[in-house]
Write a protein that binds this ligand. Structure first.
Ligand SMILES: Nc1ncnc2c1ncn2[C@@H]1O[C@H](COP(=O)(O)OP(=O)(O)OP(=O)(O)O)[C@@H](O)[C@H]1O
Ligand SMILES: [Mg+2]
Length: 458
């Protein structure tokens, strides 16, 4: 991982950078925000760590203006809660208290970059796809990974990269659906100084950043047809034109693209170029939906129970036979991601010696489901939820009021633990923090942080 540290290195930040280096990461150093931005434009970084005394707000604003996407974490003296709050308000993702603690730094690096774990499978349908992935990984062929939402397309792309001869070079992912159309071109191909308002200096695009490695074009079907033509040219010529530039730059990049839509339909409808489709689709890895791999439902359910029991310090409980049946019969429209969230919730809600159906809350499994077991479970779950969090009568309240009640009730239910509450609510810890800050400013009583959490960060 490539880390940029902005700050004076003589003190504790220097010690923090030693920890990061010792863990096998690459570190660049910059004294101040201006030099930090230069490093980011020239070679990019996966994470920025900035001294809380530097101008974090200016950094975040420049990143936004120059369309540089990189998470920023602040570090500062542990006892300075006001500085921590300022940093988070300015847009830092996390706050690392100094003097640096090696385990905490490791945890933050992991959380911010969210290095995904191994692909877990044993179902024959998945095993077949994995065999094919291993076979083609080492070639330079473009790969199209298809599959419903949450089937593990990104995880598969990382797996292919790790198994390829490019494994020691970078893996860079660009989500074509998440970046506004007008910005995607400069994100991919870079830009020269003055190419548009805010382009204060030359900046490399993702193709150049990924040079020698692998570039994941996530949700490629969402790319606008005009940009598809430019992408095709880049793939054919193996060179990019920076926006506002007049000198093509050679790149050597292996492309992996993903889509959760049927690409052939998109081609037939004319929203996706057929020549680009053929170029990307030298090999297709089609990930089966979770409902098509029952052995994986069970294996992954047990895996996530172990993972979240450990993470939450809760003794691990077995899944009851009824619960197992319910999981096997559910439709899993959100696939592995939905299963993971369901098991995380189940671990937190289970009250007996086993994880019973009352803890398995399936979203979208209406009580009217034709399957009696699923319907029964949905009913039981709804009752359990209603009992756990009395909502009162919502009619007559504003959305903001209901949201506030939900957030405060969930937080009380989690005994003040911000991390658990944010997970259950499905929002980031930062959003939760911002909401709580707003409520306490408005004079609402907010449950204090749980014992194990760092109070300075809240
Ligand atoms: N086989 C697997 N073993 C372990 N975890 C998995 C597996 N498949 C998916 N996951 C986990 O499920 C989540 C969704 O996976 P991923 O992001 O790769 O899916 P995706 O197909 O790219 O989803 P989307 O269509 O929403 O972009 C991730 O947290 C990932 O780590
Ligand atoms: Mg994805």
């Amino acid at each position: 991982m490539r880390l940029l540290i902005i700050g004076a290195l003589d003190g504790q930040i220097g010690a923090a950078s030693q920890i990061v280096l010792a863990r096998g990461n690459q570190v660049s150093l910059a004294e101040d925000v201006v030099h930090g931005l230069e490093v980011l434009r020239e070679k990019g970084a996966d994470l920025v760590m900035i001294d809380v005394r530097r101008d974090i707000k200016a950094l975040i604003e420049s990143l936004a203006a120059e369309r540089i996407h990189v998470p920023v974490v602040a570090c500062g003296i542990a006892s300075d809660a006001a500085a921590a709050v300022r940093a988070i308000k300015a847009g830092a993702k996390e706050y690392i208290p100094l003097p640096p603690d090696a385990d905490l730094i490791a945890a933050v690096l992991e959380a911010v970059t969210a290095d995904p774990g191994a692909l877990i499978y044993k179902d024959p349908r998945m095993a077949q796809t994995m065999r094919m992935a291993e076979q083609v990984a080492n070639s330079d062929a473009s790969i199209l990974i298809t599959g419903e939402s949450g089937t593990g397309k990104e995880l598969m792309a990382r797996f292919v990269h790790k198994k390829s001869k490019r494994a020691n070079n970078r893996f860079i992912a660009v989500n074509c659906a998440a970046i506004p159309e007008a910005l995607l071109e400069s994100e991919l191909f870079g830009h020269e100084k003055g190419a548009f308002t805010g382009a204060v200096a030359r900046r490399l695009g993702k193709f150049e950043e990924a040079n020698g490695g692998t570039l994941l074009l996530d949700e490629i079907s969402e790319m606008d047809i005009r940009l598809q033509a430019k992408l095709l040219r880049v793939l054919q010529e193996k060179e990019v034109d920076r926006v506002g530039g007049n000198q093509p730059v050679k790149v050597d990049v292996r492309i992996i693209a993903t889509s959760n839509r049927n690409m052939e339909d998109a081609v037939a409808k004319g929203t996706f170029r057929d020549d680009l489709y053929f170029r990307l689709n030298v090999v297709t890895l089609a990930l089966p939906s979770l409902r098509e791999r029952p052995l994986d439902i069970q294996l992954l359910a047990d895996f996530f129970i172990r993972k979240y029991s450990e993470a939450n310090g809760i003794p691990q409980k077995p899944l009851s036979t009824d619960s197992r049946q319910i999981l096997l019969r559910h439709g899993w429209r959100g696939n592995v991601r939905e299963l993971e969230n369901t098991m995380h919730r189940a671990v937190l809600l289970a009250s007996g010696s086993e994880i019973g159906p009352e803890a398995v809350i399936l979203t979208g499994a209406a009580a009217a489901n034709p399957d009696p077991l699923v319907a029964q479970a949905a009913n039981a779950a709804a009752t359990a939820l209603a009992a756990a969090a009395p909502r009162g009568d919502m009619v007559g309240k504003t959305v903001a009021e209901v949201e506030r009640e939900l957030i405060i009730d969930t937080l009380s239910h989690c005994l003040g633990n911000r991390t658990h509450a944010a997970n259950i609510l499905g929002i980031s810890i930062r959003t939760l923090r911002n909401k709580l800050k707003q409520y306490s400013d408005e004079g609402v009583a907010v449950p204090p942080p749980a014992g194990g959490e760092d109070r300075a960060a809240y």
